[in-house]
Design a protein around this ligand. Structure first.
Ligand code: TYD
Length: 218
């Protein structure tokens, strides 16, 4: 069977990764159904390591930044490789092997951008060595000021990385991380996010369609 396509959506907090993932999932269930089935996932996941990472993001527990980086990497290993035991969705690797497309709201690039605020990016990459390479990563690029406005409008509290200054630094780290991963063969496309969700969505579809068509012809 033809392998599925692994698509990742990335960006600052408030860039709309969750909105775009949901819109793409809907598209795969309608107009895009001709290209095959798609499972939508996210990181941090609902699994044990991901749940602990969320507790730290919400300030309900405090973790050293290296421990946090390892937790995200552990969550990613689980996200990618967990077996289908009948109780949980199988990992990305297994889904792709079954010919299903997988769409993930955040993945490796998030770890490189956020965890490198306090740690060497190369080390973050090293602890994620087993993470499979996505077929396509779309980076939704927004101004940190837009990120701040959206955070203030939607959130009653501020998560660990949601401060405006932090977001400006994360954006700089995203740029470095994109260069690092592109150098290692990752296909990463940039889409402007400072516009209505429907326009961002169309821009993502433009990046995605050639890949889906190619895979259909293989
Ligand atoms: P987000 O994806 O916005 O989820 P929610 O909508 O539930 O807030 O937030 C997840 C946060 O976790 C975000 O600030 C980025 C951060 N993060 C990392 O620092 N490293 C990682 O590897 C991942 C996947 C996320």
């Amino acid at each position: 069977m033809r392998a599925g396509v692994f698509i990742v959506i990335e960006g600052l907090d408030g860039s709309g990764t969750t909105t775009q993932t949901a819109m793409l999932k809907d598209w795969f269930e309608g107009e895009g159904a001709v290209y095959g089935k798609c499972v939508a996932t996210c990181e941090p996941t609902q699994g044990p390591a991901g749940s602990m990472a969320r507790l730290a993001l919400n300030h309900r527990l405090t973790l050293d930044s290296a421990a946090m980086a390892l937790l995200f990497a552990a969550d990613r290993a689980d996200h990618v490789y967990k077996e289908d035991d009948g109780r949980q969705e199988p990992g990305v690797f297994h889904l792709l092997g079954r010919g299903q497309h997988v769409l993930s709201d955040r993945y490796l690039l998030s770890s490189l951008a956020y965890q490198s605020l306090d740690l060497p990016m190369e080390w973050v990459l090293e602890i994620n060595a087993r993470a499979i390479v996505p077929d396509l990563t779309v980076y939704i690029d927004i101004d940190p000021q837009v990120s701040r406005r959206r955070m203030q409008a939607n959130r009653s509290h501020e998560d660990l990385f949601e401060g405006a200054d932090t977001q400006a630094r994360v954006r700089g780290q995203y740029e470095k991380a994109i260069a690092l991963l592109r150098g290692r063969g990752h296909d990463i496309r940039r889409v402007a996010g400072d516009r209505p969700a429907a326009e961002v969505f169309q821009a993502i579809i433009v990046e995605l369609l050639p890949l889906l068509r190619r895979r259909q012809e293989d």
